[in-house]
Design a protein around this ligand. Structure first.
Ligand SMILES: NC(=O)c1ccc[n+]([C@@H]2O[C@H](COP(=O)([O-])OP(=O)(O)OC[C@H]3O[C@@H](n4cnc5c(N)ncnc54)[C@H](OP(=O)(O)O)[C@@H]3O)[C@@H](O)[C@H]2O)c1
Length: 334
């Protein structure tokens, strides 16, 4: 029998449009319907969780709610028999941590169609060092590979490189043999990025130098971009003939102002990446790669652990672009 009550982060709305975070007690009975009840061992902090926890629009529509778009733990009950009790599983994205109580609580209940069995080669903790950020980085790199970008083709630019998606992208690309140039706003984290396998580190602003014309000097064979806006535009303009640019984020801006010239004169491809509704087949394939040939040797140095009680501080930091790597939430110690 699972515990009837558990500890969770609870975000409440104090109208009008004011939100507060507290650590409190919730009951299993109030979890939404779903086939699989999971005891969460680890979760992790993503940019989107910080938006959800501070009441910013577009993530949670009804409060009070427990955020956390990532969870890894053991199956407690599975009413359709797909998963055996005790089995280790990962649940990320779909509606988790949005209007479905999320991984910042010690239990979640979700449809069995959202569940990924933990692939061999990963521990539950390692799966949350990766989390949605790692899955997204994996999907972006899979897209570059699928578009024919190979290590000898040249440098790959990773923007927002010290962040969650960025740091894992740097480490996975380096592991896969690519020459990675990490663009960051944190000059002090140069050694960290080199330790992940970056071949070079440039300042965030360097990406934008000479970016006014519709085309820039060709440099990148491929791009992993989390920033959007002028950074993504400059990356597209400086991608080499036939190269591919993947974009998943908007930490800089949701807007993109480019001409069609990079696409029609250089055959550059721009590929949007979504991890939320990503179908199960590519999702599982990405997790399996991340657990084996793409598994970064530096996972331990990318992930830093905290408890639910410490999480609000980390949420404030990620909103300021200040987190390095990934914050793993230990629910067993919370
Ligand atoms: N499409 C999807 O499925 C999907 C999945 C996951 C994440 N995302 C999106 O990807 C983005 C990154 O997520 P994350 O979890 O990696 O966030 P994160 O850990 O906060 O990393 C973002 C990084 O971007 C850089 N940055 C922050 N503010 C910036 C600004 N104003 N201009 C330029 N760079 C800035 C910082 O790195 P440096 O200091 O090193 O520059 C920061 O650490 C978010 O927009 C998130 O919503 C999308």
């Amino acid at each position: 029998m699972p515990a009837q009550h558990f500890t969770a982060m609870i975000v409440e709305e104090t109208p009008p449009h004011s939100y507060s975070i507290r650590i409190g007690t919730r009951s299993i009975a109030e979890l939404p319907p779903g086939e699989v009840l999971v005891k969460v061992h680890y979760s992790s902090l993503n940019w989107k969780d910080a938006l959800a926890a501070t009441g910013q629009p577009g993530v949670i529509s009804k409060y009070p709610q427990t955020p956390g778009i990532d969870a890894a733990g053991e199956v407690v009950e599975c009413t359709d028999g797909t998963y055996r009790p005790g089995g280790p599983v990962i649940v990320t994205s779909y509606d988790l941590g949005m209007d479905t109580s999320g991984g910042f609580g010690q239990y979640i209940r979700v449809p069995s169609s959202w569940v990924v069995p933990l692939p061999p080669g990963l521990s539950l903790r390692e799966s949350m060092v990766l989390g949605t950020a790692g899955l997204t980085a994996g999907l972006m790199i899979g897209k570059l590979v699928g578009n024919g970008v190979k290590p000898p083709d040249g440098e790959i630019l990773v923007t927002g490189a010290t962040g969650g998606v960025g740091s894992i992208a740097v480490a996975v690309l380096a592991k896969a043999g690519y020459q990675v140039i990490a663009a960051t706003g944190k000059a002090s984290e140069r050694d960290f990025l080199l330790s992940l396998g970056a071949a070079g580190v440039i300042g965030r602003d360097e990406v934008l130098v000479g970016a006014d014309p519709p085309l820039m000097k060709e440099r990148w064979a491929g791009v992993v971009d989390v920033v959007g806006g002028d950074t993504l535009a400059a990356a597209i303009k400086s991608t080499r003939y036939g190269g591919s640019v993947t974009c998943c984020g908007l930490v800089g801006s949701i807007h993109l102002a480019v001409s069609v010239l990079p696409f029609i004169l250089r055959g550059v491809s721009l590929c949007g990446i979504d991890s939320v509704r990503c179908p199960m087949e590519p999702r599982r394939a990405a997790w399996e790669k991340l657990a084996s040939e793409w598994k970064p040797d530096s996972l331990d140095s990318i992930g830093r652990e905290c408890t639910l009680q410490d999480l609000e501080k980390e949420i404030r930091t990620i909103l300021k672009g200040g987190v390095r790597g990934r914050v793993v939430v230990n629910l067993l110690k919370s």
